[in-house]
Design a binder for this molecule. Structure first.
Ligand SMILES: NC(=O)c1ccc[n+]([C@@H]2O[C@H](COP(=O)([O-])OP(=O)(O)OC[C@H]3O[C@@H](n4cnc5c(N)ncnc54)[C@H](OP(=O)(O)O)[C@@H]3O)[C@@H](O)[C@H]2O)c1
Length: 228
């Protein structure tokens, strides 16, 4: 049984990943920024191996308080899944949009990931795993431009951060990989998405459980490495 912490797990991909990991018998800590939404999701899971943790990945104070809470309870983490992210509905132009759109997007999707990793590092086992949920919108090998630029750049940064951290954490036997779940049926995916969220959760679950520990610094979709 592994102890797995998932950020932004009160709905969407994070919630589905938690649901499937609980079904496999793991101890899953679902975290979210809103107490009521988090409690509602926890109640829906209705599982004795589920735990909830209040944490806003944009607020360093909140992240540090959450890490302190787990440390006080002597929790050791086997897998950290950085899933929480935003896609701003008015993210259209790097030049014309209000700067707050890019700032909020990077604060959540990039600095949020880094702050969480730094704060929870002391709770992570050797060996253990970090999985960053990214997007093929962050790929630099596909044509770029024309769609949610701040979000796409934030996911490019997540992929880059993944590779750098994989090198930095190799000596501690912590693998670091990123995943594109595909265009999935969640609030973020919107009405055009055709891919079931269950399918999107397959690769993060594989990386959390069955993938070789030696895989690190890579970007995956459907359990296959993507060049980005
Ligand atoms: N949906 C897609 O088609 C798609 C495609 C590629 C990649 N992804 C990636 O997949 C991941 C999950 O997305 P999703 O589709 O499940 O999106 P979603 O349904 O919008 O869920 C996002 C989750 O992140 C949480 N969150 C946002 N800001 C947060 C913060 N500051 N602190 C803590 N939690 C925060 C949300 O909490 P609240 O409920 O409080 O807002 C929610 O639980 C994201 O990393 C996303 O970029 C999604």
């Amino acid at each position: 049984m592994k102890t797995i912490l998932i950020t932004g797990a009160n709905k969407g991909l994070g919630f589905e990943t938690a649901r499937q990991l609980l079904k496999k018998g793991h101890h899953v800590i679902i975290s979210g920024r809103n107490q009521e939404r988090l409690k509602a999701s926890y109640d829906t899971l209705a599982h004795d191996k589920a735990e909830m943790l209040l944490m806003d990945v944009c607020e360093q104070k909140s992240i540090l308080a959450a890490a302190k809470q787990l440390m006080a309870n002597h929790v050791i983490i086997d897998v950290l899944i950085n899933n929480a992210a935003i896609l701003h509905k008015d993210d259209h132009s790097l030049i014309n949009d209000d700067f707050s759109i890019a700032a909020h997007t990077f604060n959540t999707n990039v600095f949020g990931v880094l702050h969480v990793i730094r704060a929870f590092m002391r709770l992570m086992k050797s060996p253990s795993r970090i999985i960053n949920i990214s997007s093929d919108g962050g790929s630099m090998s596909d044509p770029v431009g024309g769609w949610a630029p701040a979000y796409c750049i934030s996911k490019t940064a997540v992929n880059a951060l993944t590779r750098h951290l994989a090198v930095e954490l190799q000596s501690r036997s912590i693998s670091v990989n990123s995943v594109c779940p595909g265009w999935i049926q969640t609030d973020m995916g919107g009405t055009g998405a055709h891919r079931p969220v269950e399918k999107g959760a397959e690769t993060p679950i594989w990386l959390a459980t069955d993938a070789p520990q030696t895989l690190t610094g890579k970007f995956f979709r459907d359990k296959k490495e993507l060049h980005w």
